[in-house]
Design a protein around this ligand. Structure first.
Ligand code: 2M8
Length: 424
């Protein structure tokens, strides 16, 4: 069934972004997610740019208003309190104005800023805003290193599954099983008021999500305490691939804008990161996998996040070929690429959120990476599969990878943006 009866056209995709516009920032979808999310907004900006450039830049400028003094860009900015979403600002208990969450999300922004600078039809506005945002992004990348890789290993840690953006991915089953729920403020779930429970995380997941938030809040969100005491500390392939790609784009931006000061520092991040990725490679899975810093164990599972090695540009020839082989196997097991968990894995759940469905923003990143590596047939399949999914059901949040059923929220911003900026 098509989302709200609307056919999939450029005009309707624009309408989704307009409908989700709350005056300078775009919510992922009404009611279910009524705030500004970091990586959603990054993708929305690329969509806006195709028909309203000033509005696209405004999206990123509003994200910058959430940046903490230490450089972190939080994963949610609560511009206007809305009871439809939980956990809201009170549950996070951070002290920033505007109120924000206390964790971050995959840092797509430098890559998107570069994309926007390259696609602009208004060079003067683009350059002016890029100059304003560039230092914001340097501070954000510096924060990842200082707070999340203080030992300078080249890979950054996440403290919460929400930071990966892939909330209930099967990647997190083992490390989440070690998160105690003895400290847990009472909380209420709102998501299942709008979405069928079999498409959302389980209660046991939410207890742990909220136990982590409660614990960090009681630690006053102090980065040093969090580093020392977090019961969830993982090297996530998605976050690290997105950050590595964004480092390379930040360096390119510094060239383009003629800003010399930070070059050596950014080059250092890139060099250390490139070498460190070998720690996350799994020949068995044919992709990158997480590493649990608290146990020292790699988490053996194939996921779409692990396929972002193309996008990061870190896979050597042999690794790239192995990833292609794995993706082709996945593509024979389901109709539509790229399922969020390998369909050959027992933990694959084709309808449940980040445990199986296809996600538009991830297809976009994998497709871009595949094309850059010269795997044009597979890149085309990843894009065309997404086109078919959107055409069959509309601008959904995610899809069942064989039946093409649209799942989760409808009228979804990053789906409309993907359509506008990458597919159409
Ligand atoms: C989902 O995550 C939020 C928590 O951040 C939630 O379920 O409440 C994820 O899909 C995440 O990647 C996304 O940014 C967010 C908003 O679309 O929703």
């Amino acid at each position: 069934m098509l989302d709200q009866g609307s056919s999939v056209t450029r005009e309707n995709a624009q309408r989704v972004l307009r409908d989700n516009d709350r005056g300078g920032y775009t919510v992922p979808t009404a009611r279910l997610y009524p705030y500004q999310w970091l990586w959603d907004s990054g993708f929305s900006a690329l969509g806006w740019q195709t028909f309203n450039e000033p509005r696209a830049w405004e999206e990123l400028r509003r994200l910058a208003t959430g940046q903490w003094p230490d450089g972190m860009i939080p994963h949610i900015i609560f511009h206007k309190v809305d009871p439809n979403y939980s956990p809201g600002p009170g549950a996070w208990g951070t002290s920033h104005q505007p109120p924000t969450s206390g964790i971050s999300q995959p840092p797509v922004l430098a890559t998107h800023l570069r994309w926007m600078l390259e696609c602009t039809c208004d060079q003067a506005l683009a350059e002016k805003t890029a100059r304003e945002l560039y230092p914001v992004l340097v501070r954000a990348h510096r924060w990842w290193r200082a707070a999340r890789d203080p030992e300078r290993t080249g890979l950054v840690a996440i403290y919460h599954p929400w930071e990966s953006g892939m909330d209930n991915s099967a990647m997190w089953d083992t490390p989440m099983a070690n998160v105690p729920t003895d400290i847990l403020d009472p909380y209420e779930r709102r998501d299942t008021a709008y979405i069928a429970v079999d498409q959302r995380p389980q209660k046991s997941d939410y207890d742990r999500y909220m136990a982590l938030v409660t614990r960090f809040k009681r630690a006053g969100w102090d980065p040093e305490v969090l580093w020392a005491e977090t019961p969830f500390k993982v090297l996530d392939p998605t976050t690290n691939c997105v950050l590595h790609r964004a480092d390379r784009d930040l360096l390119a931006l510094s060239d383009q804008l003629g800003i010399e000061n930070d070059r050596a520092e950014i080059e250092g991040w890139i060099a250390r990161g490139r070498t460190a990725f070998s720690r996350l490679w799994s020949e068995t899975q044919g992709c990158y996998v997480p590493l649990d810093m608290l146990t020292g164990e790699k988490i053996e599972i194939g996921t779409s996040g692990g396929m972002l090695g193309f996008y990061a540009g870190v896979a050597d020839d042999a690794q790239a070929k192995r990833m292609v082989q794995a993706l082709e196997e996945w593509g024979r097991a389901v109709r539509y690429l790229v399922p969020s968990t390998s369909p050959l894995d027992l933990r694959f759940e084709p309808r449940r959120y980040w445990r199986g469905p296809v996600w538009p923003n991830v297809n976009w990143m994998i497709g871009v990476g595949l094309a850059e590596y010269g795997f044009s047939d597979l890149a085309r399949r990843v894009r065309e599969d997404l086109r078919s999914l959107i055409q069959s059901s509309g601008f959904y949040e995610y899809w069942e990878p064989t039946t093409s059923e649209g799942l989760g929220g409808a009228h979804f911003s990053w789906t409309a943006a993907t359509w506008l900026a990458w597919i159409d």
